[in-house]
Design a protein around this ligand. Sequence first.
Ligand code: NAI
Length: 473
Amino acid sequence: MDRIEAELVVLGAGPGGYAAAFHAADRGKSVVLIEQDSRLGGVCLNRGCIPSKALLHATHLISEARVSADRGITFGEPAVDPLKLRSWKDGVIHKLAQGVRALARARGVEIMTGRGRFEAPRQLRVDGQDGRRRVDFRHAVIAAGSEPVVPRAWDLDRSRIMTSTEALEVETIPERLLVIGGGYIGMELGTVYAALGSQVTLVEALDTILTGADADLVRPVMHRAKRQFADIRLGAEVRGLSIRDSRVEVVTVKDGHETSEIFDRVLVAVGRRPSSDDLGLENTAVERDPHGFIAVDDAQRTSDAGIFAIGDVAGGVMLAHKAAREARVAVEALFGGGRVAEAVIPAVVFTDPEIAWCGLTETEAGERGIAVEIAKFPWGASGRAIAVDRPDGLTKLVVEPGTERVLGMGIAGHNAGELISEGVVLIQVGATVRDLAESVHPHPTLSETLSECAEMFYGHATHAAPRRKAAKA
Ligand code: NAI
């Protein structure tokens, strides 16, 4: 068996894993990056963030074309060629995956294609197409990611009962699609398929979609989704799924009433679980929690002194940029660096409109009994929002009383995902609402909703009626 030595081995080449490998190589370590997929980039690049955003971009045009009749510009009914759409999306992925490979090469990171498994606390076995290899390492970073949860009783036929992986392939455009779960994936991919012409029914067990976001931010998304989707059933559950000919029979329950329906395809989007099984962790001192997440400290160290874990497999929010951040924290710790400052991790749901938030949410403040003041600016008062025909938005600030420090920001609206970065910086540097109010924002832009929201805090935003209570100085 081939045997190599590395100062650092990284297991998994997603946005956490390749960031860790690159950063460690930039700091002078010899790094081996192990990935079972022939393409680098992990779920995010190949089966998640990137393909879903490519599809959302492509299908946004369809929704825009539909409403442009009101502006005096009409198009015919769109003709969608799933094959061409898929090959364009694959082209996007290919380009980026090649880019990651080139960046690895430029840094001298050795890429090993195969499935990695710990055989001993400082030894990994890699089973690849070209045979079995052994890597002896000083340190390891586990960045093995996560996979979709599919209850066993529903895992009948992935071409009909799909996870996000199959749904992103857009093999066909089903006439009737059932989406189970109104979280990130259900809402984003439901939006894609609704734009492509599917009649989308969404079933969510809770009484709201997108539970992590404040209710006032979810409202504009829900309002539009109700028009885009054929049906949205909250507080409803799926009792059973069975294959009937080439379609799926689904029994749902809402308010005690059972309904049996036939759908062409079903998308299961009820959460993801850590990919921590079968990594050979029993051959190390790495410990997992009851849900399978690898337990780490605030420097991403596992209970095995030489092994770190980052990203989805290490728990917390399952977001690519959180994984990339943890990659830096782990590599700095590996070099004996001090604690890296706690980071503000933004969340973005790429629905239509988008929802984004960072820092403390109003809901969380309520749950944790933290006293906060809230300022809101409705997009109906934004010139740019009206000019781009998207007044369906809201910008809000969560503020610490007394100090007026910005603790949180939430945005629902067109391009909210781009706008939220300003909130991240404000919170990260400890800025106040006054700092935001006094920073001149270009006109006419959607970013003005942030400075006007700060002005609202003082009761006197230019483009909104003054609040009744006396304006603050
Ligand atoms: P999720 O946790 O966001 O949402 C799952 C939803 O399914 C929840 O609302 C839950 O109440 C519901 N549910 C669970 N069991 C159900 C049942 N039996 N019947 C009906 N509803 C049920 O999980 P999702 O959408 O699968 O995404 C997984 C993770 O992937 C997200 O939490 C997020 O971290 C990440 N992600 C991030 C994206 C982004 O950053 N834009 C995009 C896609 C995924």
